[in-house]
Design a protein around this ligand. Structure first.
Ligand code: GLN
Length: 556
């Protein structure tokens, strides 16, 4: 039976609980254990699918079509284990299920209450589908003390009791702040946070203390004493230069050893060579490239989390550092392109929704196309590239998408019916927004001899989707006549999946989101090839300084 590690956070948010959980999982994996990670999100949305990325960060999509918290992206990138729908739950989902049961009469006339009915459903979620796994790491979103989090903490408290000592442990992530004026590290916030947790009946086995400064042994002893935790289970988690060093640092501090000891398990040999190699390559690039990302959610780096990581992975594969230049598509025109994009080595237009900033994205595509600069359009970025080609190459001046209203030339249109395996998925124009897009993994057939074929080295691929609109096949012929090839289609030939420009060094648009499948130890072929094209381009040009984005979580 699987063992459970429950991970909570205290003091402040944004301490990098997701990365900490993913890194611990990677360490247990490096010791030969099978791991799976789960996220319990206390917010009331049913899933993050309808949330603004600037507020909540990127929506990560799983193979089986769940729209989930971005932490699941960390989990996949650090362990290579594909997440499933059942690995992320929210209060909204728990209550939807609970209320449906109540309406059906499942509670047999009883009063429906948070304890035991809500907590039972949370426990059911945690315990589901855990066969063949040695460790389930369950991260609880939010911070101890949040009202929404209480039922989740109560549920894991009960689980700790029911599963028993060597079957479940609790790890708490806190902050040990440094007060510059006093030149001192302060342990009091950690003490209070643990006290709060203990008042809810949870005694953490392990404390992971984030800090900007080395925490002296004396301070760790003090924390241990006040918090009722063994001194060597008080682990310091210092800020670091690259997120891929985190597993190495935690191992160095003894985190995985402490965890195994709490479970009474033997400490097997560890192989950390994967992480050592990645860090070595991140730290010693032979060159650099500048890539412009033209999008509208640039106020928060987390909105494009997987994208940034995928570019980093491709940088590792090409032995270069990828500098990102963030360009706000809402304040960008073709006129500015020649100065803003003059010295970038490649242009990427990512996914997006709504009309805001589309002219900027179209301008980015025009500029890259006309100047032979590598262009990568992802989902919305592909739709923009197609509209751009329709307007400026095929002469369909009013080409547009029905996402922006009724169109005379709907080169991109709403999709109301498509095949999923042997079934037909149907949607109504007036239907719900949440969870109704074309979501998750779909196969794509690639035409032999195309750039896409060369990139993937295969004619059959599967990629994850998240979109409501689709390129209209009625325009394929006229677009192919002007050099925009449809090099990837759904196997039934009804849905365009990949387009590419003939007679251009590297110009690809994809209807799917390849960024969800890239791993540091297995970079995605499209990103790898795109960055390689940027390297070629950079040899023709010069380089400039990148712009800085608001710091992402964990000082990334
Ligand atoms: N808004 C577009 C659609 O729904 C593209 C979505 C995206 O980029 N993920 O089709």
């Amino acid at each position: 039976m699987a063992r459970f590690i429950f991970i909570t956070g205290g003091v402040v948010s944004s301490l990098g609980k997701g990365l900490a959980s993913a890194s611990l999982a990677a360490l247990l994996q490096a010791r030969g254990y099978k791991v799976r990670l789960r996220k319990l999100d206390p917010y009331l949305n049913v899933d993050p699918g309808t949330m603004n990325p600037i507020q909540h960060g990127e929506v990560f999509v799983t193979d089986d079509g769940a729209e989930t918290d971005l932490d699941l992206g960390h989990y996949e990138r650090f362990t290579g284990v594909n997440a499933r729908r059942g690995d992320n739950v929210t209060t909204g989902q728990i209550y939807s299920k609970l209320l449906a049961k109540e309406r059906k009469g499942d509670y047999l006339g009883g009063t429906v209450q948070v304890i035991p009915h809500v907590t039972d459903l949370i426990k059911e979620f945690v315990l589901k589908d855990t066969a063949d796994t040695d460790f389930i790491l369950c991260e609880i979103g939010g911070t101890v003390g949040d009202i929404e989090g209480l039922p989740f903490l109560e549920a894991i408290r009960q689980l700790g009791y029911e599963l028993g000592e060597k079957k479940a442990i609790f790890m708490h992530l806190t902050l040990v702040p440094y007060i510059a004026a006093a030149k001192e590290l302060k342990t009091k916030p950690t003490q209070h946070s643990v006290k709060e947790l203990q008042s809810l009946g949870i005694r953490p086995n392990i404390l992971l203390c984030r800090s900007e400064h080395e925490i002296p042994v004396s301070q760790r002893k003090k924390i241990g004493l006040f918090c009722n935790i063994k001194e060597d289970a008080v682990i310091q988690a210092l800020d670091t230069d690259t997120i891929y060093r985190v597993p190495l640092l935690y191992h160095h501090e003894g985190l995985d050893t402490a965890v195994l000891r709490e479970f009474g398990l033997p400490v097997k040999k560890i192989d950390l060579s994967t992480w050592e190699n990645i860090v070595k390559r991140v730290k010693s690039p032979a060159g650099q490239v500048n890539i412009a990302i033209v999008g509208k959610y640039i106020a928060l780096a987390d909105s494009y989390k997987s994208l940034i990581e995928s570019l980093d992975h491709a940088g590792i594969a090409n032995n270069v550092k990828v500098n990102i230049r963030w360009v706000d598509s809402r304040n960008f025109t073709l006129k500015q392109a020649s100065s803003t994009l003059k010295d970038v080595d490649a242009v990427l237009v990512p996914g997006g929704f709504g009309e805001g900033g589309i002219e900027g994205k179209l301008a980015a595509a025009t500029y890259a196309r006309e100047n032979n600069i590598p262009y990568f359009g992802i989902c919305f970025g592909m739709q923009m590239a197609v509209i751009e080609a329709a307007r400026n190459l095929a002469g369909v001046k009013d080409a547009s998408s029905t996402e922006f209203g009724p169109q005379k030339n709907p080169v991109v249109g709403l999709m109301t019916e498509w095949a999923k395996g042997n079934e037909v998925e149907k949607r109504k124009k007036s239907g719900d927004l949440g969870g109704t897009m074309r979501l998750g993994a779909y196969p794509c057939a690639i035409k032999a001899g195309t750039l896409a074929h060369k990139v993937y080295g295969s004619t059959k691929i599967s990629e994850r989707h998240r979109h409501r609109y689709e390129v209209n096949t009625n325009y394929i012929k006229s677009l192919e006549n002007v050099g925009l090839l449809f090099s990837g289609m759904s196997p039934d030939g009804k849905l365009p999946e990949i387009v590419e420009l003939k007679d251009h060094p590297w110009f690809i648009g994809v209807q799917f989101h390849p960024e969800f499948k890239s791993r540091p130890f297995e970079p995605h072929p499209l990103f790898k090839s795109f960055v390689a094209a940027a390297v070629t381009q950079s040899k023709k040009g010069k380089s400039t300084k990148p712009t800085k984005l608001k710091a992402a979580r964990y000082g990334a």
